[in-house]
Each structure stands twice: as C-alpha cells, then as structure tokens.
Design a binder for this molecule. Sequence first.
Ligand code: GLC
Length: 722
Amino acid sequence: MRTLLALLLAAAPAAAAPGAGARAESLLRRMTLSEKLGQLQQLGGPVGGGPELVELAAEGRLGSTLNVRGAKALNAIQRAAVERSRLKIPVLFGFDVIHGYRTVFPIPLGLASSWDPALVERAARLSAREAYADGLRWTFSPMVDVARDPRWGRVAEGAGEDPFLGAALARAYVRGYQTSDPSAPGTLAACAKHWVGYGAAEGGRDYNTTEISERTLRQVYFPPFKAALDAGALTFMSAFNDLDGVPASENRFTLNEVLRREWGFRGFVVSDWDAVAQLIAHGVAADGAQAAREALTAGVDMEMDSRLYGAHLPALVKAGRVPLRTVDEAVLRVLRVKEALGLFAHPYADETAAAGPPDAAARAQAREAAVRSLVLLKNDGTLPFPKTVRRVAVIGPLADDAAAVLGSWRGDGRDSEAVTILDGVRAALPGAAVSVATGVAVTGGTDAGIAAAAAAAKDADAVILVLGESGDMSGEASSRAHPDLPGRQLVLAEAVLAEGRPTAVVLLNGRPLIVPELAARAPALLEAWQPGTEGGDAVADALFGDADPGGKLTMTFPRALGQVPLYYDHKNTGRPFEAGNHYTSKYLDESNDPLFPFGWGLSYTTFALRDLRLAPARIRRGGRTTASVTVTNTGARAGDEVVQLYLHRTASSVTPPVRQLEGFSRVSLKPGESRTVSFPLGPKELGFVGVDEKWTVEPGRVEVFASTCSVGGLEAGLSVAP
Ligand code: GLC
C-alpha cells in the first residue's frame, strides 16, 4: 500500500498540485537558516504551554512541541505560528500516547498478550481520537523494541520478545493512529521507536550499552520497525543507547544506510529526549557543536528538547562543516510530514471538542481489551469463582491501587476514572460481603498487617490476593535487579494461602516477574499486567466467569534471574541439554526451562489440535505452501485459543533458533466447536538473514509446529528443494 506520504513525496514537485510536496519546496526556498533550524527544534513544555513557546512560534523558530496539551493552549501556540510568523508554518504537537489517552488501555505488554492485532488497532484508533480532541497530532508510539530481559523496565511498553508478533502489532498501532489518511480528523502521526536495539541494554539496565550483531539486528530487532514503516509510519525516534560503540542517535548505518537507502523511509527522525546532547556523555562528541553536527549529518532530523541544532548549526553551516543541503533535506522531511497530516490546511484544534472522561463506549472498549489481555497462568479449578459467593476477601497492597491498573505512560488518564480490582469485585458482587486487607506494603514495610489479612482470608468463601508492582516500578528508568515480588508480598501470600480457602492470585505488574514459589503455591494465578481504566471490571469478569481469560504470554517468565536472558527462540547450541549428560548446556542449580514459556496461557475450557497439514509438503526454494490445523473446544465452556505456528530449519548456513513464530490466530469457540486455521508460508516466513546479511531461503527440511504455546504441539515436515 503506497502511503499518503509516499504519494506526496513521489509527486514531482513542479507537476504536483499545490500541497502535494510543492508547498514544502516552495517554503524551503523562502526560509532563512534560522527558520529552517526552527523546524528542526522540538521543545517540551508544561501542559498549558507558555510564553516562550508562543514567542518562538511567532518568530517561526519552533517546529514542534511535546507534552503541551489541550486545544486552547495548543491553539495559542499555533495562532502565533500561523498568524504572526513570516512563513506561517504550523507547529506539530506531540505527546506520548502509548496505551491510551484519557481512556487508558492495558500497557502494551498486556495488549500484546491478547494476540489480537485488530483489538490493538481499535485501541490506537480510540486513543488517537481522544488525543486529537485535545489538539495533539503526533504520538511517540508504537514502541516496537524487541525485549528479552525482564529487568528492563521498558518491556512494559513493547510487545515482548518476538519479532513476528511485534511486527504484526506495530502495523496495527500505525494503522490505528494514522488510518489510510493521516490528514483526516482524529488521526495522529505515529512514531516507531526507539530506533534501534534499545531493548538489548546490557544487564537490563535502562540506557545501557548494547552489542548486537548486524545479523541479529536484521533478524530480531529490525522487523517490527520495518513493519511500522511499511504501514506508513510518518516518523521514527532515534534511541538513547549506543549500538556496537556507535550511539543510535548518530548511527549512519541505521539512520541512513538501512532506514533511508535500504528501506526508503521518507518521513523524519526525531531524537529521543536530549539524545543529541547525550552524545557528549557517550564520549563521541567533545561539545555541543560536534554533537549537533554528528546527529544531523547521521540522519536525526529533529532535536527533542536539547537545543544544540539552533545553537551550533548556524556557525557550522557558515564554516562549511555542515552542508546547507543536509539542513534542507531535514527541513523538507519535516514540512512534508506536516503536509501529510493536513496541518497547513487545518492547523487548529476545535476548542469545543476537548477529550472528556471516558464514555460508556470507551469504557466498554477498554474493558474488552483488558479482558482479552488477561493471561491465566495457572488454575487448579479454583477459578472461576461462583457468583453465589457471599463472603469475599480482597487482599494485598495493590487491591485498591488506581496507579497500579493505569501503569506507566498513562497519557491523560486519571486515577479517579480508573476501576481498581476492589472496585471491580464490588461491582461484580453487589450483594456479597467484601472484606479488604492490604497486608503489607508494595515494597519494604513490615509483616504487621499479615495476621489481619490471614484472618480476612479465613472468614471468606473466596480470596482474591492482588500482588505485584506499583505503577512506577516499570517503564522508563525503572529497571529492577531483582524482578521478583517486591517487599514482603511473598510472606503475605504464604500466610493467606496457608488458610486453605479458595484463593486466586491476581498479578499487577509491568514485566515478567520471577515468582516460582508463588506459582507453586497459588491454586490459581491470573496475570493482569496493568490493565487500564477498566482493569478492575475486566479482572472481575474473569474471576467470576463472565469472561474467559484467553491471552498468552509474549515474553518468557524465567524461573530464576540467573537464567536471563531467557527467550523461546533461542539457539540449540552444539551441546543442547541432555538429562544425565554432564557435558551439555545447563546449570548445576537450575533448570533450563522457564517458569512459564512464551505463548503460554490457559482458559476455563480446554482445546485440542489435530490434522496439521502442509499443502504442498514439498516446495522449491522461493515457493509457497499453506499450513492448516484444526482446533476444537473440548471443554464445557466457550473460550478462546491462540493457535501458533512455529518453524525450525534443521540445516541452515546460520544457526537457526529452535523455533520461531511465523503465524498465529486467536479463535473463539463454543463447546465442541472446531475450526481449521491456515497459515501461508513463503519466502517471508521461510527465509532468514544469511551469512551475507541478506534475506535468503535455503533448501532443506523445515520442521513445522502447530501449537498453543512455544513448546509442544503437532509437527509436520516441509521439504524445500533447491
Ligand atoms: C522519553 C522516552 C521516549 C519518549 C520521550 C518523550 O525519554 O525515552 O520513549 O517518547 O522521552 O517523552
């Protein structure tokens, strides 16, 4: 699909109708250097804006703002630009709309657990409409960093460890934000971030260095970005990390060679916050002038927050150390994106249409998204609780914590509008006696409240134990060296579980947690992530059987921190683990296996797969086949299953992962109902990055697995002839 921007940019300027790229060329010819550099400046501001932003806009020296919100405040800045500046170039207003704006959806790691791209697209669509109503036209989303380390706090913002699923969701977010016409009302420019490799931070410590081979970049980290670009993403954001010694925000290979020359990206790149200035701390720039020069000439078009372009580029251009052509190219990219967004034609927000509290339809959508993001990790039959229970104990430090359901990057979400787990349980069982006990603090604290919590459990017919992380324990700058249950929560859990009452543990967290003891002891374990504005209602729907939790993990839950990094598409090694054989790849003190693997998730019903078929089972290189499999609901309740298709190349010029996801489909089935799902397999799915760093399909035998998780399942053999 040729995106609007591609059409705009492809149009020959001379022949194009006004506004089809011609405007950008014409404006550029009239711009002073100061006005050009103004377009390359993005500045943060308080929600209400402020006089400096208005004045800079009036002088034509402000390309974009971030964090300022509200139609009135943004129109004040826009009027200065459009009615007072010399060339009347509109300002582009950005904000982090990551998992919702006023209606907050589950964090992206939760939304990903739905394995439902259409649901993600709808969530992005609603978020864009709400943000647009507040005057915003650009979101710094989707975050498409593949992440394999639960210590890293920003796993909360992404789709987890798999490139194929990450790519599918990247497309969904971009389509949701931009639609096919990003100039239409209710749309936002998307921003694929953080380009690139940010999720591979050593030690899982945010902003830390990364060492990624080109082959792994291309095989694992690039695909979700390429998917976002192919879906028409108008902008990219360069990352903080250094990549094999070259910071991503001055990396000519990734910013120019790959993004523009190989992939043909025609939008613009904005730096992450101060990432240009941080080149000095990285040790690759002696001063601000060098940082500005390196970043701009490498391909960072717009500078977020730091002001080095404006401060140093006039002298650098005058001295011939930065070609004016380089500045012009960056300015053209920015102007063309503004054109693609229709900003010249419609620069102002409607001040009568501000985004208000979530209405019933928005709440229903958020509730559906939260339900479909739930992952039932364990269930001995305790769940669902009967709705006839009369005495319910809701226990734990997060039971009534609004911030814990809204999570990080809550947009314009309000605690007062969030439904906590306690709110949800009370609403689900209006006639029941609901006792509440926090027991312990989220972190630190003492065991003083545990006795009361245990007593509450003892008197209850159903116990809901809400544990995990507070809303600010994941997200940016929130890595954890001990990603387990914080504080004294495990002690609380053991005391409550010792009462032997029907108990379900609900986890609220922004990352996979290392909870082997809890998983062993809890009769039922429901992963709710940070489920958003309607999180409490969604969790209650699942706990009391009004909804079937059908989500699946998109990131491995390790058994121990010592196993990290631990991910499903790992290599086999030359000495794969073999029980009884000492000299194989293993630990002396821990299994190689995860606590819960990628793709894991239970349901209140059961499913079976049968008849995995390949038609045809023999193809030539470059050929295509179709894998099909039938899934049946073998239980007594309706439910959802996610059928997953994995491949394993048995002989290859590059060591292949033991499995890699190449297809998935979430199906809803009534008891006894069956459905056959099909997955096309062609060069895109069968190929891989070869020794020459190029995409290749090699002859040989490919094992094809159809499963409901990244382990086990049905197997068939595909033969790829030369
Ligand atoms: C932050 C984040 C980035 C975000 C930007 C603007 O530092 O790294 O993801 O979009 O700054 O808030």
